[in-house]
Design a protein around this ligand. Structure first.
Ligand code: CIR
Length: 265
């Protein structure tokens, strides 16, 4: 699935730097994050997507990472259930927005299941579900069942052995044309065997998180080898700045909910 009509984003709030972070890269600057966020919105628009920009939420420092609060498909939206307590209040707020698009075509992960949207990666009608510190087995089971009900297939990848990887999408992205870009740690995953794999250099791991949107791959600037790999594979790259998002353990996919043309029954 690489064609998207619309996207939802949320402006980074003033308390952006107080979000969850391993604090490896220094303190994030909320003002600069908003400048980079505007660059991201511009890239989405340049890819032909209608962008809905939600107002910033100071009560939720991580709330610009909207990908984690829902899984949006052509047939249904699935509200997630956060593991991170500081983020659980984001779900009901996003549900109101999702209802405006999907109406009653919404499902939800129930306790004791936990799923965060960053652990889900779509490749056409197949969904990869990451088992992580944020997505548990029960959440993955519920999600697989819901996806099946709507005609999608899924498989799981356990990223827990690689503790520094927050979500599955941190470590891989589907570019279309049967091709993934990914971190070396996932190169031998059985679930990825049938795909062409662009494995990034260890020092460019962050570039494993990017988003194919219509004509181009929106890509983090500053990773020349990875950009060359993607271009050599025949994809057009649209680079954007990401330094402040990196400091908060977030990537480009995390910053939007990308919605394909809907086929709701
Ligand atoms: C968090 O730890 O929840 C945020 N600081 C970063 C979330 C990044 N989201 C994602 O990978 N989908």
């Amino acid at each position: 699935m690489t064609y998207f009509e619309q996207a939802i984003v949320r402006t980074p709030c003033d308390r952006f730097s107080e979000g969850i972070t391993p604090e490896l890269l220094g303190k994030a600057d909320a003002s600069l994050a908003r400048v980079h966020h505007q660059g991201y919105i511009d890239a989405l628009k340049a890819s032909g997507v209608k962008v809905t920009v939600l107002e910033s939420l100071n009560d939720f420092p991580d709330s610009c990472f909207v990908e984690d609060s829902a899984i949006v498909t052509k047939r249904v939206a699935i509200m997630t259930r956060f593991t991170a307590p500081s983020r659980s209040g984001e779900s009901p707020l996003m549900r109101e927005v999702i209802e405006g698009i999907y109406g009653s075509h919404i499902e939800a992960i129930q306790a004791p299941g936990n799923v965060e949207g960053g652990d889900i990666c779509r490749a056409g009608d197949h969904f990869l579900i990451g088992l992580s510190s944020r997505t548990n087995e029960e959440g993955a089971r519920q999600l697989a069942e819901i996806l099946k009900k709507y005609g999608f297939t899924s498989s799981t990848i356990n990223i827990r052995p690689h503790g520094f990887i927050l979500h599955l999408s941190t470590a891989l992205s589907y570019l279309g044309n049967n091709t993934f870009i990914l971190m070396p740690e996932l190169a031998n995953e059985p679930a990825l065997e049938k795909y062409t794999q662009l494995v990034v250099k260890p020092e460019e791991r962050y570039a494993s998180n990017c988003i194919r949107v219509n004509d181009a791959v929106i890509f983090p600037a500053g990773f020349p080898n990875a950009i060359a790999q993607v271009e050599a594979a025949g994809f057009k790259v649209r680079p954007v700045e990401t330094s402040e998002f990196q400091k908060q353990d977030g990537g480009l996919s995390c910053l939007s909910l990308r919605i394909p043309p809907l086929h709701l029954n």
